[in-house]
Design a protein around this ligand. Structure first.
Ligand SMILES: CC(C)(COP(=O)(O)OP(=O)(O)OC[C@H]1O[C@@H](n2cnc3c(N)ncnc32)[C@H](O)[C@@H]1OP(=O)(O)O)[C@@H](O)C(=O)NCCC(=O)NCCS
Length: 180
């Protein structure tokens, strides 16, 4: 049983969501500045509650199908973002993350992604982690490039979001390449 998970990083902690996180989560997934780069449109409060309840329920399934965790600062339990690896294929996972706009530019996404991918490789035996990122999302591309991901190519019309089809650039890293 791997519930609940709590993983300390350098500047953030990753932890399971609780129902008390609704307001913090809404400040992330209800903000067009954040969701403009995600694969879904902004969510309202009811949708944020549903998202949380789904994540909490899936977190307690055995075996787990995803590691969908809240990002907090090390010294404060409020959720300022999320990081997720969804398991897919053989020892493979898909990485995603977002940080509340008021906390951008402080290294939290890089630390959250580094912490979760390290957990996936070292504790969960994954072999390959991918991240599909919008071609214009320079901040997110900077995150994976700093962590040593390799650019594989373009996924054409990969997501339908904010009223239009959007390509993604696919990045990956393999367990033996992970140096963190
Ligand atoms: C992408 C995102 C998660 C980055 O979060 P963050 O906590 O600000 O990221 P970091 O502080 O770790 O910064 C990562 C790098 O991006 C760079 N960066 C941040 N914002 C930038 C911007 N607007 N333009 C260019 N570079 C930017 C930073 O300088 C940093 O690189 P550096 O360390 O070499 O300076 C955040 O912008 C976000 O939530 N965006 C909306 C959701 C999203 O795009 N999620 C990813 C989907 S694939």
């Amino acid at each position: 049983m791997t519930y609940p998970i709590r993983i300390p990083g350098a500047s953030v902690t990753l932890r399971e969501f609780t129902r008390d996180d609704v307001d913090d989560v809404l400040a992330i997934i209800g903000d067009d500045k954040v969701t403009a780069s995600l694969s879904f449109d902004s969510r309202n409060r009811d949708q944020a509650v549903a998202m949380l309840e789904g994540a909490i329920e899936r977190a307690q399934q055995e075996p787990r199908t995803e590691f969908y965790l809240g990002v907090t600062k090390r010294d404060d339990d409020s959720v300022i973002g999320f990081a997720r690896i969804g398991l897919s294929g053989v020892q493979a996972g898909k990485l995603g993350y977002a940080i509340a706009a008021k906390e951008w530019g402080r290294g939290y996404a890089t630390d959250a992604a580094r912490t979760l991918v390290t957990y996936a490789f070292k504790e969960r035996g994954l072999h390959r982690v991918t991240a599909a990122i919008g071609p214009d999302n320079v901040a997110s591309i900077a995150v994976v490039q700093q962590l040593g991901f390799t650019r594989e190519g373009t996924l054409r019309d990969h997501v339908f979001t904010n009223g239009a089809w959007r390509d993604s650039v696919l990045f990956s890293v393999l367990a033996h390449e992970w140096s963190w």
